[in-house]
Design a protein around this ligand. Structure first.
Ligand code: NAP
Ligand code: MG
Length: 491
């Protein structure tokens, strides 16, 4: 958690939030320190907003929706605004990538990959805006019935700190394409790029009041936003308990929600798999972003005949992994904050105490600043399927291995958590690929591959505790709109 500071501490990078097309400070005038996880040093500050600021932003978004040109603008024009925003993201790619890496501690190449995906989201939804339409429905004689897609109105987007640019883009791209207006509350640990994107949105021609960004703590600004009676729809990515609180707040106003609440996603390696091809993918799926990824492949289920072979190949790779500062662009960066580091340490200590073997451990680079929030990658096996390590989202570079006996055993283990976000299946047997893809409970299934991050065209979301609703691709446009049915009686 940051601390309140006077405005003088980080004057060189002290952006305002964006409300109604204007750069404004918090009503209270208070600010939150922004820390770089790579060294633990303050390098900027953001407004510490609360209910009064949220009232202003929701009021602006309400007015822009009800009275402004945005919702009535031809879809092609809205699309062009989003396309221009994508082009501006591309133009400012280096600046945005550097800012994102410094704010979150992620290696520079990950920051760059995030910017590329961000640009693609705005490009995709810019192109999609005028390609979604309703139906005509065969109905009674003397009637014509049709449907149209209508925006919800004011959409509240509560964004986490792990992929701030990308998650904002997947929410904003789809919501704006359908003609909604937005109030975004980024995570207090990573708000800088959201402010910058809202500035670029104005430059792209998106009218003031359509794309508002309010920074502040979740318990203050976030809670006020999700409970606001003038908000029509809430979309959230983050932890299940916060998701529950946000749904309860939205339920008090009977508003719809999209919830993306993380996972405990399995990759399933059968004995007939191309193991050499799988290995780098298995490692990357848990190391990317330090394991702070909702779709992280945090469990690997391995068919018994190849368990030892895969476990020892993974051990070798894990031993060589190095965490370090974002500029050094090593295998992984620092974790987002001291609380997240503590959470990972606690999971690792509890697993060791429970007698689960550590197969390998990476290291933190000797030159990494002592104040950074580093945790080395840890590989555990064989893990008890009932343990916390097998069941709960660690959100860190911790991988758990499980042997399985046969296909039904693999299905049982894969589905044996409360989550259901993503799964990977590694086998050369075509019929088994299809059977497994159907039987695994996950919103996305990859066969002989893994990775949701880049695939902006691919619908994404969870079953079970991983949430509900779908983001990305065309599907998100349906979540971000509602069907209106119109019936003409013409005799
Ligand atoms: P979190 O509480 O779920 O925070 C996510 C977002 O919700 C942030 O913008 C946060 O704001 C906001 N928020 C917090 N409390 C709120 C409330 N009462 N009402 C409205 N908004 C609220 O996650 P976290 O505390 O940062 O991380 C805790 C754990 O969540 C992690 O260890 C990880 O397991 C999980 N997580 C999952 C994902 C994912 O992508 N699935 C992403 C992040 C975290 P502030 O941060 O400004 O308080
Ligand atoms: Mg930060």
């Amino acid at each position: 958690m940051g601390s309140h500071v006077s405005k003088t501490v980080a004057d060189e990078l002290a952006p305002m939030q964006i409300i109604d097309g204007k750069s404004v400070d918090a009503v209270s005038g208070e600010r939150i320190n922004v820390v770089c996880p790579s060294d633990g040093q303050v390098f900027a500050s953001i407004p510490a907003s609360g209910k009064a600021d949220i009232d202003q932003a929701v009021g602006a978004a309400r007015h822009a929706f009800d009275e402004g040109p945005w919702a009535r603008m031809p879809a092609v024009e809205r699309g062009r605004c989003l396309t221009r925003l994508g082009q501006l993201v591309e133009k400012h790619a280096d600046e945005l990538a550097a800012l994102e890496s410094r704010d979150t501690g992620k290696p520079v190449r990950q920051g760059k990959a995030d910017v590329t995906a961000t640009m693609r989201y705005y490009e995709f939804y810019g192109g999609a805006a005028d390609k979604i339409h309703g139906d005509t429905i065969p109905f009674l004689d003397g009637y014509t019935a049709l449907t149209m897609r209508e925006p919800h109105g004011v959409v509240a987007g509560i964004i986490p700190w792990n992929y701030p640019l990308q998650i904002l883009a997947r929410v904003a791209g789809a919501a704006l394409a359908m003609g909604n207006t937005l109030v975004i509350k980024p995570a207090e640990d990573a708000s800088l790029t959201a402010i910058r994107i809202a500035e670029l949105a104005l430059e792209a021609g998106i009218p003031g009041g359509v794309f508002n960004v309010v920074t502040g703590y979740g318990r203050e600004a976030g809670a006020a936003l999700s409970a606001h009676p003038l908000v029509d729809y809430v979309t959230f990515t983050g932890s299940p308990p916060t998701g529950t609180a946000i749904q309860q707040a939205a339920a008090a106003n009977n508003r719809g929600v999209t919830m993306e609440l993380g996972g405990k996603s399995p990759q399933i390696v059968f004995a007939d798999a191309d193991i050499e091809a799988a290995l780098p993918v298995l490692v990357n799926a848990i190391i990317q972003n330090g394991g702070q990824t909702c779709s992280a492949g945090s469990r690997i289920l391995i068919e018994k005949p190849v368990y030892e072979q895969v476990a020892s190949a993974l051990s070798e790779r894990f031993s060589g992994l190095v965490a370090g500062p974002h500029e050094a662009d090593l295998d992984l960066g620092a974790l987002i904050n001291p609380a997240q580091k503590q959470r990972v340490e606690d999971f690792v200590a509890a697993a060791e105490e429970a007698g689960i073997s550590v197969l390998a451990r990476g290291r933190v680079h000797e030159d990494a600043p002592k104040g950074g929030y580093y945790h080395p990658p840890v590989l555990f096996g064989a893990v008890d399927p009932a343990s916390a390590l097998a069941q709960e989202e660690v959100f860190g570079p911790v991988l758990a291995l499980f042997p399985f006996a046969d296909e039904p055993d693999a299905v049982r283990l894969a589905n044996d958590t409360d989550f259901g976000l993503v799964a990977g299946i590694w086998t050369r047997d075509g019929a088994r690929q299809h059977r497994m893809a159907k039987r695994v409970r996950a919103g996305q299934v990859f066969v002989n591959g893994y990775g949701a991050g880049g695939g902006i065209e691919l619908p994404f979301g969870g079953f079970k505790k991983s949430g509900h609703g779908r983001e990305k691709g065309f599907e998100a446009l349906y979540d971000m709109s509602a069907t209106k049915t119109v019936v003409f009686n013409h005799g």
